[in-house]
Design a binder for this molecule. Structure first.
Ligand code: DON
Length: 319
């Protein structure tokens, strides 16, 4: 009943029309009560399941937002996309392809089986194995240097200084045995060549960076804008890094649901287990949503519904 006709792709409508469509997306998605708030990281279970914000940031710096777009939450897996961009910038196209990979595993994001089935190759940077391998490759001689590169790099995407939620960091650090196992397994295959537990620590901090739906929209708009943040005017990464990242997101951004997502929405996106979702319409907009209840793959239910509506109503589908 919620299926809309796709608007023809073309230029964006005027700003006040975008505002109306963002409000309509929020209204429609609000009635979707499905999904479960993540609790495998204990503190995430305390999130308000009714919190819901939608923001569209266009590449000219315009913001269109409604609902809880200023409620902070931990970025979680969405950080993987932006850290991968920083690593691509440092490694280059060929090396990033060889070392981290670009193919979907078809398995959950924290799968150990996927690593074993692929001779220890992490497969792609959006599952935990590939994200840990990517964080290990962030430029910097020490874990502290790598962390600073991650924090400052993601802050440039957002256009403001991002800070860690220390409670989320601690809650995950106390319970992330599986990620430690994954990092050590990668070390055993020679895929991580620095201290694997230090890598997990930097990764856990990066996942605990606080953002809001507006930040996600701006971060997405930076990717839509070929690597230039439309609010600050700063070039964060090259256009070719953006293109590489968006291709990987199209294939893997919603984990084993990436095919369904692309079929319905037709845009690269990335989800996080705290309820964030970022979507990129190249040359046009970034969309940031926040709603904690998740589907069984770990993707925000209302975020997906709102983004599907906007993709259709704004004519964003790239296919
Ligand atoms: O490593 C983890 O499990 C979390 N820090 C991030 C997982 C996540 O966000 C998966 N997303 N949908």
């Amino acid at each position: 009943a919620d299926v809309e006709q796709h608007a023809a792709t073309g230029p964006l409508p005027p700003g006040d029309r975008i505002d109306e469509l963002v409000a309509a997306a929020h209204r429609r998605a609000s009635s979707h009560g499905d999904g479960v708030v993540a609790d495998y990281i204990p503190i995430l279970a305390e999130a308000d399941p009714e919190a819901f914000g939608v923001c569209v940031a266009d590449v000219d710096g315009g913001l269109h937002e409604i609902g809880d777009t200023r409620v902070p939450f931990s970025i979680q897996s969405i950080s993987k996309a932006f850290v991968y961009a920083l690593v691509c910038d440092a490694l280059g196209h060929e090396q990033a392809f060889d070392v981290i990979g670009v193919n979907n595993t078809g398995l959950p994001f924290n799968s150990v089986v996927a690593i074993e089935l692929n001779d220890g190759h992490p497969m792609n940077p959006m599952v935990n194995a590939g994200a840990l391998a990517a964080t290990a490759l962030v430029p910097g001689g020490t874990a502290e240097d790598k962390w600073e590169a991650v924090r400052s790099g993601l802050s440039r995407f957002a256009g403001r200084e991002l800070v860690v939620d220390e409670d989320v960091y601690r809650s995950e650090a106390e319970t992330n045995h599986r990620n430690r196992a994954i990092a050590q397994l990668l070390e055993s295959y020679g895929r991580i060549r620095v201290d694997p537990l230090e890598v997990v620590d930097v990764y856990t901090r990066q996942c605990a960076l606080l953002v809001d739906a507006r930040d996600l929209a701006v971060m997405g708009a930076t990717l839509a804008d070929g690597g230039v943040n439309p609010l600050t005017g700063e070039r964060v990464v090259s256009a070719s890094v953006c293109r590489d990242l968006l291709a990987v997101l199209a294939a893997t951004g919603l984990y084993e649901r990436s095919g369904e997502w692309l079929f319905e929405i037709g845009l690269p996106g990335k989800s996080g287990v705290a309820g964030g979702l970022v979507t990129v319409a190249p040359g046009k907009v970034g969309i940031g949503t926040y709603s904690p209840p998740l589907d069984s793959a770990g993707n925000s239910v209302r975020g997906q519904v709102a983004t599907a509506y906007l993709s259709r109503a704004l004519g964003l589908n790239i296919f």
